[in-house]
Design a protein around this ligand. Structure first.
Ligand SMILES: *Cc1c(COP(=O)(O)O)cnc(C)c1O
Length: 398
């Protein structure tokens, strides 16, 4: 017998759990892509996507994953040889920088390691040192899904402003949009990228780039722009065919429409509050386990932790042992220690991640924590007591 039989729970930070409502909405035959109701439905995605990112700016939609959105954003604003300042707080920040470099952008990286957020003093120094304003944009990650650092984007904007530097602020919100508070307009972000399969609760396959007028002006002279990724066509064409650069992803449009309805019904503030509370339940459990034994959250300062995913240090090989045990015995799949190891063990066996992003509620998160508790007992991994009680207390005070 196996206690894993029953509905599985993929508690990895993307793809996140797809709601039945979204899956059912997608389970429909293709419809006419040249005229008819699909057009109105596709048009309705644009204002709602702007609402989720809290902006009145424009948004471009693409068939692609998060990596595609990186390239879409970069090619629309940069010219070959332009300089970018990349602020890395984990593998995704590093990855966006590598994508830029691969496109022929001159990348200057400030790497803040795997356990701390962006150090604004260093950013300020780098921008002040750039007297001729060669840096065209600052690239930052809101939540780095590997380290599970959440950077303070509003503070980063203020820091850029104090230097008087005109660089654009471009932010990867792939792991935070629809999970953590994010205010594109209030925080003065010029370019935002996200994808469908995390907080937006839709299967992987769509990605989005929001852009300000300032970014759009830079776009006018950007020579890396290609016809397919050009955001002007995507964001401003009236025809559906041009909005998607070809055949519209019909079923994904149905799914995203449903997901955006769900977010609107709950209210984005309530969505953020739910993520915050559930994250606190996860952290309360981890703190208890960590009072005795090897378990430790990768980010010690709660103010720097993502509300969508938590990276945990447990020591090799127990991260991998625990993940495998949970999958085989409880139906829960935890995230791997993506990019947290060394050259010979890049996705470290000494880590695991718990995703609490998107379509998750208290019983799912409490279930994951209880499954981890079972794994710690079964594998004889030392841990402190009271974790489930502590998590339940957070839920009880919701
Ligand atoms: C998931 C993720 C990506 C990459 O998205 P893919 O869809 O896997 O290409 C990039 N950045 C962040 C912050 C992410 O969480």
């Amino acid at each position: 017998m196996s206690l894993a039989n029953g509905r599985p729970y993929l508690a990895i930070p993307g793809p996140s759990v797809a709601p039945d409502r979204v899956l059912n909405a997608m389970h429909q035959p293709s419809v006419n892509i040249y005229e008819g109701p699909l057009h109105d439905m596709a048009d309705s995605l644009f204002p709602d996507l702007k609402a989720v990112a809290r902006t009145t700016n424009r948004v471009a939609l693409y068939i692609g994953n998060g990596h595609a959105s990186w390239e879409a954003a970069l090619t629309n604003v940069f010219s070959r040889g332009d300089k970018a300042l990349v602020l890395a707080t984990g593998i995704f920040g590093v990855g966006w920088g590598e994508a830029a470099q691969g496109l022929g952008i001159d990348v200057q990286t400030l790497d803040f390691g795997r356990r701390s957020g962006i150090d604004l003093e260093q950013v300020e120094q780098a921008l002040r040192a750039d007297k001729s304003h060669e840096i065209k944009a600052v690239l930052a990650t809101h939540t780095d899904t590997a380290t599970t650092i959440r950077n303070d984007i509003a503070a980063l904007r203020k820091c850029i402003d104090t230097t008087g530097h005109p660089a654009l602020l471009m932010v990867d919100c792939i792991a935070s949009l629809g999970c953590d508070r994010f205010e594109m307009d209030d925080w003065g972000v010029d370019v935002v990228v996200a994808a469908s399969q995390k907080g937006l609760m839709t299967p992987p396959g769509l990605c989005f780039v929001w852009f300000s007028d300032k970014a759009d002006r830079m776009h006018e002279s950007a020579d890396l722009t290609t016809p397919y990724w050009n955001w002007t066509t995507r964001a401003k064409s009236p025809e559906l065919f041009r909005k998607f650069g070809g055949t519209a992803p019909v079923q994904h449009i149905f799914g995203l429409r449903e997901a955006l309805d769900m977010l609107a019904e709950e209210g984005i503030e309530a969505v953020w509050a739910r993520h915050e509370k559930l994250a606190q339940a996860v952290w309360a459990a981890l703190e208890c386990w960590g009072t005795s034994g090897p378990i430790e959250m990768n980010i010690s300062d709660p103010a720097l932790r993502s509300n969508a995913v938590t990276s945990v240090r447990i020591g090799a090989p127990d991260g991998t042992r625990l993940r495998k045990w949970l999958e085989a015995n409880t139906g829960v799949t935890l995230g791997i220690g993506l990019g947290m190891g060394s050259d010979d063990d890049p996705d470290s066996d000494g880590f695991f991640r718990i995703a609490h992003m998107g379509h998750v509620n208290a019983h799912m998160v409490l279930g994951v924590l209880a499954a981890i508790q079972s794994g710690l007992i079964a594998l004889d991994i030392p841990h402190g007591t009271g974790a489930l009680e502590a998590a339940a207390r957070i839920v009880a005070t919701a």
